[in-house]
Design a protein around this ligand. Structure first.
Ligand SMILES: [Zn+2]
Ligand SMILES: [Zn+2]
Length: 281
């Protein structure tokens, strides 16, 4: 029985990926509207109703905006750490929920969100199982409360997620090294970001900082450091719309793979607007 993997979309306007094994149907992040996630799942013949779990990396809206709608309506278990749970609840209460749903105002709103959602809290660094998938969690440096990356171990191979990180740490590299399929952030071209007239200086500092986002060159350096014969599929993800192009991101990584002789790796780019082709491993 194969394992199927589809990046439903990735970028600063939303991130969501789908992993299916014989015993588990898992979303990694839910950063599009519930309707948009439903539409994108429909392109691969799936629906949100029978998801086994939603894993959340961190509370930024491009990772959680569809979470409440999906998890509440279909009682899908949500896996995250406590800091992310608290920050997610706060975000829903302050940014969106109170306008659309007065019931969520005040303390009752917090209790409602805590009790109505099937939260499954993990401690960062600890592992857990969903069906036949073993999930490892690891801390990543990013400006959220307790952001994490994931390594999903399946019978057919390991799928790693490392997006939203300002730099790579030894821990991150060690945890994603066993990946056979890796989703790696390649957010921006440093020069395009520095030259971008529409970005405030403070935002540029945030993105470029140690807790911001990984540049194309930093992603390429990370790839060289974790390269193994087992890494077969590399997806560049979370590309900036204004400060990167798919061509530049692909070129920088392809040069690196060529340079280190990693000709066995299939390089692909995740897009914001449409799902990637489903990978079967
Ligand atoms: Zn983020
Ligand atoms: Zn993000």
């Amino acid at each position: 029985m194969s394992v199927k993997f589809t990046i439903l979309g990735s970028g600063s306007a939303g991130n969501c990926a789908y992993v299916e094994t014989p015993d588990a149907r898992i979303l990694v992040d839910a950063g599009f509207s519930p309707l948009q996630i439903r539409k994108r799942l429909a392109t691969i013949g799936r629906t949100p109703e029978n998801l086994s779990a939603i894993l959340i990396t961190h509370e930024h809206s491009d990772h959680i905006s569809g979470l409440l709608g999906l998890a509440d309506k279909f009682q899908i278990p949500v896996y995250c750490n406590r800091e992310t749970q608290d920050a997610t609840i706060w975000t829903f209460k302050t940014k969106w929920a109170s306008k659309k749903n007065p019931m969520l105002d005040g303390l009752d709103g917090t209790e409602h969100l805590k009790s109505k959602i099937n939260w499954q809290l993990f401690t960062t660094g600890a592992g857990f199982e969903i069906g036949d998938v073993s999930i490892e969690t690891f801390s990543v440096p990013h400006d959220a409360q307790d952001p994490v990356g994931f390594l999903l171990r399946t019978a057919r191979g390991n799928i790693g997620f490392a997006t939203d990180l300002g730099h790579t740490t030894k821990l991150v590299l060690d945890r994603i090294r066993p990946a056979n399929v890796l989703v790696l952030e390649s957010n921006h071209d440093v020069k395009m970001l520095q030259d971008c007239p529409r970005r405030a200086w403070s935002l540029k500092q945030r993105i470029l900082g140690r807790h911001g986002h990984l540049s194309n060159v930093a992603a390429a350096e990370a790839a060289a450091q974790i390269m193994s014969a087992g890494l077969r599929h590399l997806y560049l993800a979370h590309l900036s719309r204004e400060c990167n192009t798919p061509e530049i991101a692909e070129h920088v990584m392809a040069e690196q793979l060529h340079h280190i002789g990693a000709t066995h790796v299939r390089l692909q780019l995740a897009a914001q607007e449409a799902p990637c082709e489903t990978l079967e491993i």
